[in-house]
Design a protein around this ligand. Sequence first.
Ligand SMILES: *Cc1c(COP(=O)(O)O)cnc(C)c1O
Length: 354
Amino acid sequence: MTVAPRDGLGVFAGYHSPQVDVPIRLNTNESPFSPPGQLLAAWTKAVGGMNLNRYPDRSAKGAIRAIADFHGVSPEQVFIANGSNEVLQSILLGYGGDTRVAASFEPTYAMYETIARVTSTPYVALERDSRLLVDLNRGIDDLKVSKADLVFVCTPNNPTGLLEESGLVDTLLGRFGSLVVVDEAYGQFNDESSVPLIQRYDNLVVVRTFSKIWSLAGMRIGYAIADKKIIETLWRVALPYHLDASKALLAELSFDYIAEMEERVSFLISERERVQDRFGSLDLSFWPSATNFILFRPKIGHGHRLWELLLERGVLVRDWSRWPRLDDCLRVTIGTKAENDAFLAALEESLELL
Ligand SMILES: *Cc1c(COP(=O)(O)O)cnc(C)c1O
């Protein structure tokens, strides 16, 4: 006999990004580089000496202190979890639920809706304007009409790659007045961060991840920075010892390699500009990116067919072609120089065949 899952999960598909085994995978915005060798050597050595028979430090003090120092905040303003997705889930466990409404401006990161559903939080999809940016005045009106208690703002936004207008978050915090969650998964790619605003607003949470620039997607580490009352709530809904000892240590040690991280950012930005320059001479439109990925669309349409043609040439990109407002769009992650060249060659060939 089949037992039905909890109400609200019935027709719901969950996260879906195919993991296809092809030579060139440019579909999930990971870093193309391994973490720095010295970091891995220091970490594996330390892990060898750990007392794994004991539960880890429940408050992950070392990692929390390193994150706090990096951002110039106090340790009481930092929460850490298994990837920023788990941070987002903790936020909804703490501030969502069936009597609260969560909102975000679409198209945006699909996990906001997914995690809202998983935590029984009603979700409202608000619209971006024709530029695919959040229109501040309309956005605030829409938030009020939808009676949202919490809004996710992803900046730079995934999958568009666009940075929101400066001042958006600040104004939203003052005028919306409820919880604003700013997802800065790609925050290292520009100088605009909402982190300094946490000293002025106690309704802001900034979420960051080690999955992209820190080259640690496989390790699942993310964190939140917010007023200490919010951070206390996040710790309250986290499972005891939710972060394993080896992961907490890796997060802590990573901050000894900031220069390497910044070097990767510069490299990826220069490659991104190179790929965008090439896009300019092809039959494509694209959104100028503030991240390590680019959203683009063949001018003659047939986005899904283009995705297939690229895959046949061993290049996997992300297919957004059937998403509302993203008709025919694909998203490519910036990889190594060789990967980007292979992508561009496959793209030119595929566009000829389209
Ligand atoms: C990649 C990404 C994340 C990262 O999620 P993790 O769970 O930390 O791997 C979060 N938000 C956005 C918008 C992303 O693109």
